[in-house]
Structures are given as structure tokens and as C-alpha cells.
Design a protein around this ligand. Sequence first.
Ligand code: SF4
Length: 209
Amino acid sequence: MNSSNLKYMDDNSAKNIIRLHAMFKQSRSNGPGCRTVIWTQGCPFHCNGCFNPRTHSLTEGELFPIRYLVDFIMKQKDSIEGITITGGEPLIQSQPLAAFLELLHKKSPPLSVILLTGYQWEEIGLIPDIERILNHTDVVIAGRFELKRRISSGLRGSSNKTIHLLTERYCLEEIENTPPAEIAISPEGEIIISGIDPPIYTNPDKEAP
Ligand code: SF4
């Protein structure tokens, strides 16, 4: 936890802390419209051909109190229509994720939520706190990445992944029309490459978030 979130240290019980790989304030390639993206850290699946293996470690990344995360998103709320939660595997942190979504919903009900998970839809029901998560989620993209079935469009890395519209917030066409890639430059000059089909980037120290 760095000095920027020390003021949230009173909120440090395990259920209120999320391990993150990265955050991106405003993205246009992680779902419809402009969205804040949260990449959680840690994934047990190790899919062959995973675009972002740096998210696999269960001990790397950085710990964030959920209140910090909600405040981070609320600063963007006039510029975004929702958030996208991806990883890594977000659902291995289901308890703090549920608490985070409930707190976010209390503060800003209109923000939409898209969740990308490596779990298959049939497996999701076994995850602790999943109802609390799905209660505040509009769209779930589910399933492991399968390299042989790679399509890399419409928020799906491979064709076996399934799209679940849990509310009427978005239609299938809107999800499928998500731009596959983007390159952004932060105010600090950092290059951020994102999306389901990012262009190859030759600097290994600057892979996608
Ligand atoms: S579930 Fe996603 S993050 Fe995890 S290994 Fe597969 S593609 Fe990578």
C-alpha cells in the first residue's frame, strides 16, 4: 500500500482490501463508451497464450482499500458511463469485490459494471458472495481464454467465452462493437496499451496494464 492511500488504513480488514494489477481512468476499448478499468492481480488459470501473464502472481500487484478505489472512480464519474473489472481473475477476490461494488453502487447507482472472468458461467454459482457481485453487474464475459479459438473482438478473447447480459443496460451489439484496442498517453507521459486485441508493442517493460 503506498503513501497515497494511507488515509484509508483504518479500512484494512481483508474483506475491504483488493489486490490490483493496474487501473486506467478512461478507456474506450473495455466496453461501451468511456470506462474506468480495474485489473485485479492474481489468476489461477494460466491459459496458454494469455495476453497478460504479469497478472497471474497472487502476491504481486498492490493492495488497495475498497474505499480508495471507490473514491478513485467517483473522481471520474462525470466522464465515464461505467467501469470494467478484469484481470487477472477478479472472482478469486470475491468478498472484497462484492463489498466494493455495493459501496460503489451506494455512491453512484448509474455507473454500469462489466465483469470479465476466466470462470465459465456454470462455475460462477459456486463462488462465495457471487450473488452480491451479480446484483451490481450488468454484463459478465465468462470462460477461459482458448488460444485455438482466438477471436479477440467484442470483449471476447476466444469464441468459447460467453456473454451474459444481466440487465437491460446494454444489448449484445453494443458489447460486440467495443473497439478491440487503444493506445493512450497519460498526463505523466506513460503509454498505456489496452483492449482485447492490443497491437504488439516492442518494449517489454511497457506491456499492457
Ligand atoms: S483467465 Fe484471463 S488472465 Fe487468467 S490466464 Fe486466462 S486469459 Fe490470462
